[in-house]
Design a protein around this ligand. Sequence first.
Ligand code: NI
Length: 227
Amino acid sequence: MMLQIPAVLSKDEVALLRALIDAAPWVDGNVTSGFRPGRPKRTRQLRGDPEAAREGGAMIVAARETPPLFVAGALPAKIFPPLFNRYGGGETFGDHVDNSIRQTRDGSLRIRTDLSVTVFLTEPGDYDGGELVVDDTYGVHEVKLEAGDAILYPASSLHRVEPVTRGERVSSFFWVQSLVRDDGRRALLLDMDLAIQRAAGTLGQSDPAIVGLTGTYHNLLRMWAEP
Ligand code: NI
């Protein structure tokens, strides 16, 4: 399942965040994630230690916890601290599947990467290329969103970032360990949640049908949720 979440950050917040991180030191992306032969990664990544990376990360953390759609779609159990990357001058990240387990450098957090999240921090008109291409069970999707918008997709899906041939593409990215590991079950729960909310808008929360369906939703979540 791919889920687009509009305006995780406002345009003002994007501008503030960009001013903060653009001034900070960037390094070869392979330095921070560990180089692997055959993994065609050519990009730059913001170093995790300076103040700018911490402050920028805190802004993304605050933003991502707000949208109800993020919570309903990801059902987050653990969230990796946000990282930032930058592509320009033909930089690219070829087809790959994300590492199944990610650990912070200080070892304080280890998560199973069920979902990958990208928050776009550049307007699509400001660069050419740079599409996120995701090959999930429903086909191939090309994603290039407005600055401030986010996309969630299964970390297990084959994906790549097309070469950026004009301008620069700056984004934040992170991983989520979900309460519900299976992508199909998570998608079903989101469909059900959204349908109940729509129906509750007309019938009211206390309508017996809504109460019953809400109970079924929670019983499914209880059955499928992992500690
Ligand atoms: Ni990836």
